[in-house]
Design a protein around this ligand. Structure first.
Ligand SMILES: NC(=O)c1ccc[n+]([C@@H]2O[C@H](COP(=O)([O-])OP(=O)(O)OC[C@H]3O[C@@H](n4cnc5c(N)ncnc54)[C@H](O)[C@@H]3O)[C@@H](O)[C@H]2O)c1
Length: 258
């Protein structure tokens, strides 16, 4: 029997990349999964996997989120939310005012507001189900002690959106512990996905990156390990060129940024 037999999970941004692997792995562990995305490709992403219910929905839109939550709740409560949907783009601080305001809406609505909408709508259901997990998909950008100055300088809004998630992860972990709900961030480096490939000509990873890039399935395995482990309020890194696993638990003051 899988870890998540009789549980219901929600994954945002699941048509491709990391989200697709998260949904597939959760289903493999026995969960019934609501996997949603703005792209119609979500409908054919899982080849009729009977444990995965695909939905077209935008995590930044309240009514869409309510539809996702109602669908998941009808499957037998809600136990797991993976806040995966995210947008990456360059937003140089020297770009035009109009561009900056448009970029703010595009990035923050999905990467930050979407996490708030989906999680807050899910929390009453997770409490009713007796507990569960909220996983916020972040980035190694928020682990400065280990990223060693490698964060790009011109993705300020993307970086800010992921730092903002630290506020949710930290506060929700504390306030929801009494309801048996764990809240953690996952902070991976380069992972092979359409988002990453979109940064390069012809979507080809440079040879040095192709040789070392992490696989979404490996990160999905780390997510299951994290849920089994039972810790809360931590950001868990995954580093190119290093084994993907769970680090030792950290002291409270280092949990988010070390
Ligand atoms: N790939 C990496 O190297 C990497 C590294 C660190 C963090 N991340 C994070 O992992 C997450 C997934 O990244 P990925 O590389 O798989 O990206 P991706 O672009 O390949 O996939 C993201 C999916 O989210 C969907 N999406 C975007 N906005 C949405 C919205 N408003 N509502 C619903 N769905 C939406 C997209 O349509 C897409 O299918 C993101 O949060 C990203 O910031 C990725």
């Amino acid at each position: 029997m899988g870890t998540l037999e009789n549980k219901v999970a929600i994954v945002s941004g699941a048509a491709q990349g990391l989200g697709k692997s998260f949904a597939e792995r959760l289903a493999k562990e026995g969960a019934r999964v609501v996997a949603f995305d703005t792209q119609a490709a979500i409908n054919s992403a899982f080849n009729g996997n009977k444990n995965i219910k695909p939905l077209i929905a935008d995590v930044s839109k309240r009514l869409d989120v309510e539809k996702v939550i109602a669908t998941a709740a009808s499957l037998g409560g809600i136990h797991v939310v993976v806040n995966n949907a995210g947008k990456w783009k360059k937003t140089p601080v020297t770009s035009s005012w109009e561009q900056a305001v448009a970029d703010w809406d595009e990035i923050m609505d999905t990467n930050f507001k979407g996490v708030m909408l989906l999680s807050r709508a899910a929390v009453p259901h997770i409490i009713k189900s007796g507990g569960g997990d909220i996983i916020n998909i972040s980035t190694y950008y928020v682990l400065p002690a280990r990223s060693d100055g490698t964060n790009p300088p011109d993705t300020d809004l993307y970086a800010a959106s992921k730092w903002a998630l630290n506020g949710f992860t930290d506060a929700w972990a504390k306030s929801l512990a009494k309801h048996n709900i764990r809240v953690n961030g996952m902070c991976m480096g380069a992972t092979d996905s359409p988002m990453l490939r979109g940064l390069f000509p012809d979507k080809q990873l440079p040879p040095d990156m192709a040789a070392t890039v992490m696989s979404p399935d490996a990160i999905a395995g780390q997510m299951i390990d994290l849920m089994r482990d039972g810790r809360t309020g931590e950001n868990i890194g995954a580093w190119v060129g290093h084994p993907i696993g769970l680090p030792p638990r950290k002291a409270a003051h280092l949990r988010m940024t070390d």
